[in-house]
Design a protein around this ligand. Structure first.
Ligand code: PLP
Length: 291
């Protein structure tokens, strides 16, 4: 029941945001979600580095970002006594009278955070998930982990209303990623995922999968692939900090008359490469966060 506010822990109910905070008014800021396993932060340096990059892209000055992010996250985990959970951190440009352009005098960025318990999603990881295929209606800088998430919010809500766990997104017939996850397919024995450019978030889990795939001698390519290649894939999965590695069982599409079509991926059960990566990821989690 604690909040991080400007590098300090305060009681959750005392944390207040100004109505002219630019994060609140414009989504003018960035965030990160860091996993906690066994009371320990997982891949936290990579998240802190990515936050630093997001801030730089938005030209928000925030000295000692990595150090402050790691310290704040650690303080929250300890204060809340988190065993398995997540830390949420955000930094907005600060408080200023509402004009779109950057405020004329320098603002103080507002750095806030919280931590909560979250079990690992074992049943989804074992059984696989259904996903809804939607047009990618988001902006053209998805490489920045910005507070503007309306494209993701609307997509995830539609997925939920169709009984799906995640929305996977397509731009001009090319799959980009999920609304809050990255997407991989397995085709002809190779792992394929969209290149890390402005159209996707370069996921920390995604990058870890590259490493684990190399260790397991699995071919892994950053290339674009089409909706038809997804439907024909032997395996597909989504990945992310809270998602870990989740096999996709079926893909639902919606036509102009709102009719749903269901496509089974591979055999409809988690495939061998997906399972290999899940095992390697689980091993990594246990090794890195052991007592
Ligand atoms: N893509 C999007 C749009 C996301 O919001 C996320 C975050 O969870 C990811 C991918 C996965 O990134 P990460 O593995 O760093 O959590």
């Amino acid at each position: 029941n604690w909040a991080l506010y400007q590098d300090t822990l305060i009681p959750r109910q005392d944390a207040k945001i100004d109505i002219e905070d630019r994060g609140y008014q414009f989504g003018d800021g960035v965030y990160e979600v860091i996993r906690v396993y066994n009371g320990k932060l997982f891949l936290a340096e990579a998240h802190a580095k990515r936050m630093e990059r997001s801030l730089k892209e938005l030209r928000i000055p925030f000295p000692d970002c990595t150090k402050r992010v790691l310290k704040g996250a650690q303080m929250l985990v300890e204060a809340e006594g988190i065993v398995d959970g997540i830390v949420y951190l955000q930094i907005s440009r600060g408080i200023a009278p509402r004009v779109h352009q950057f405020p004329s005098s320098a603002t103080i960025p507002i750095f806030t955070g919280s931590a909560s318990s979250l079990p690992r999603p074992f049943s989804y990881m074992d059984q696989g998930i259904e996903v809804l295929l939607l047009p990618d209606i988001r902006w053209l800088r998805n490489d920045i982990k910005s507070l503007n998430l309306l494209g993701a919010v609307l997509s995830k809500q539609q997925a939920k209303e169709r009984g799906c766990y995640e929305a996977i997104l397509e731009r001009a017939g090319i799959l980009t990623e999920g609304s809050s996850s990255n997407l991989f397919i397995v085709s002809r024995g190779e792992l394929l995922t969209h290149p890390a450019n402005n159209l996707i978030l370069n996921g920390i889990t995604r990058l870890e999968i590259f490493r684990l795939a190399a260790e397991a001698k699995l071919a892994c390519k950053e290339v674009t692939y089409t909706v038809d290649e997804l439907f024909a894939a032997d395996e597909a999965f989504i990945c992310g900090t809270t998602t870990e590695i989740m096999p996709i069982r079926t893909v639902t599409t919606i036509d102009a008359e709102n009719r749903a079509y269901h496509y089974t991926i591979g055999t409809g059960a988690p495939g061998p490469l997906t399972k290999t990566l899940q095992k390697a990821f689980d091993r990594l989690v246990k090794d890195v966060t052991a007592d």
